[in-house]
Design a protein around this ligand. Sequence first.
Ligand code: IVH
Length: 680
Amino acid sequence: MIGKGVSDVADIDGAKKRIEELREQINYHNYRYYVLDSPEISDAEYDELMRELRRLEGEHPELITPESPTQRVGAAPVEAFGVVEHPVPLLSLANVFSYDELLAWHKRVSNLVSGSEMDFVCELKLDGLAVALTYTDGRLTTGATRGDGYRGEDITQNLRTIRSIPLVVPKDAPKKFEVRGEVYLSRTGFEKLNEERAQEGQPLFANPRNAAAGSVRQLDPRITAKRPLDIYIYALGYADPDLSGPTHWETMEYLKSLGFRISPYNAYAPTCRSAEEYYQRWVKERDSLEFEADGIVIKVNSFELQRQLGTVGHDPRWAVAYKFPSVQATTRLLDIGISVGRTGSLNPYAILEPVSVGGVTIKQAALHNEEDIRRKDIRIGDTVVVQRAGEVIPQVVGAVVSKRTGQERFFIMPSRCPACSGEVVKPEGEVMARCTNASCPAQIRELLTHFVSRGGMDIEGIGEKLAAALLEKGLVKDVADLYFLTADKLIGLERMAEKSTANVLNAIERSKDRPLSRVIFALGIRHVGGETAELLASHFDSMDRLAKASREELASVPKIGPKIADSIFAFFRQEANLRIIEKLRRAGVRLEGEAATRRSLLGQEFVLTGRLESLRRGEAEARIKELGGTLGSSVTRKTTYLVVGADPGSKLEKAKGLGTRLLNEEELLRLLEEANLKRR
Ligand code: IVH
């Protein structure tokens, strides 16, 4: 083999040319797809171009350059990230939280540049990770994190895997320049990632921000490549020579023309008022965005004014973040406490270093159950993300794994009830651990609060505090004891004077007449909520019948499955529960079939004659039956009422003869109305 043949050289030249063509085409289609979100070719056609490029590069490895679209992924994992000095520091932003504060900021900056007209650009403040991308001679040379603003980490290989970051820029771009932007994960990308992690048994990311940061700071770029990261560029760091426009807005347009992905939500704002309108719009609509934003950024548009305003500390004077009311915050998980529920469930909850979330200080948050804690890999001592949504109890979303010190402790469910030291069991297939001691004071306290609650017996005046005092003084040992309280027992308890005592006793008395469904619900049978209680009440019509029902009978009630049936069955097999029901009966609490007491036409027979005007006959009959009345076909001594319509028949004569009570249509309607009212 002496040297390369002429044909080989021609071959290489041909390959080189084709490779260049392919790269250009692929870069263009990448841009259409990832930056403009408007592809021109199908995925299959794109794949075909990539395949051809890979094949040619495989045949001519010497022609591979780092800018080739095949080289986005492929760098080897590193031990640690290198350090990058930022020639122009990456600043942070001062915050404002209200329109007044925004106006105050405007006034301050206006005074510094008095006389100058000032306009703004509004942008959404993405909640991701700030990065700086440096391009030299048309190629991406460095990608870095913000770090402390002056020195960041070199994450070039990871950022190269993000398809919307151009690896090359047009020839007329400045020789050297730096752009800045926010790398983020979309909500759907975040959910998908967490789903995969859950399946693999890996700890979940607390929010898209943490997931994006964790993904970008992977030592192995192949892992980063698998994460659906994206970027919006929001600033030009510097450019040499500076070809950008005189304003921020024009510069963004210029960067767009170089192929960078610029947020379509950016808006020009001539005044603070229009910035406020932009803010109000996104406060309302932020949930509709495909990514999480934690506020807006308002920037002075003119670079000349920006230069005059300069910076103070780490923050530029020429921009502010106008934050959305926050719903999440991070704090430390000091400990995990356990509360005992009314059915004995041991409910873990987070004890937090107090933190303000959207203006409310949070010290505790829900943690659901042991498995949930394990699945989210939350450890005592962790820095955790807490979230408050609407009125619901704050939740611990997850741990910030990167803040671990190694001092964190795993949570272990105690084997004894923290309230009564009773035995704790966790039945197969169930998520909750339970205290098995039926007379556990914590359980009884919860049960008592449930019993008197609105949806239950609705006894006003007995709140958590009084319930606890009654139990503590031994005045009440179970829910039925409430009905045996007297004034002398109550007076003298904390905050119980004569008037309040009388009120409570009155409320207790009134509660004796609650519908059966409420009594069933109030008993606190596991799995029996308000709706199930209503089904049971209307089906069994009496506490006794319900208590005696077999498993099969219970399970045959529509919408009641075997699990609920088992739980009800077990409840009525416990001596203690039957004793409570007996006590309630003795106290005069209505345990009778709702229908029986409610159906106030029970035992009354109706006979109809003639035409009814406003009711159809069928309808009238149905309503009588519904209220417990019966219908006869002819008038006899047993007939309670004859309903007389227009053109009555011979029945009227017969009724007159027997002295049967007559009702015209109007009277019937009134009777039905009254009977119906009694049902409530
Ligand atoms: S401008 C001096 N624009 O917010 C200007 N920042 O504290 C500083 N951020 O971590 C950045 N969206 O990464 C700017 N449209 C946007 C932004 C934005 C998100 C982040 C930025 C930085 C933080 C500012």
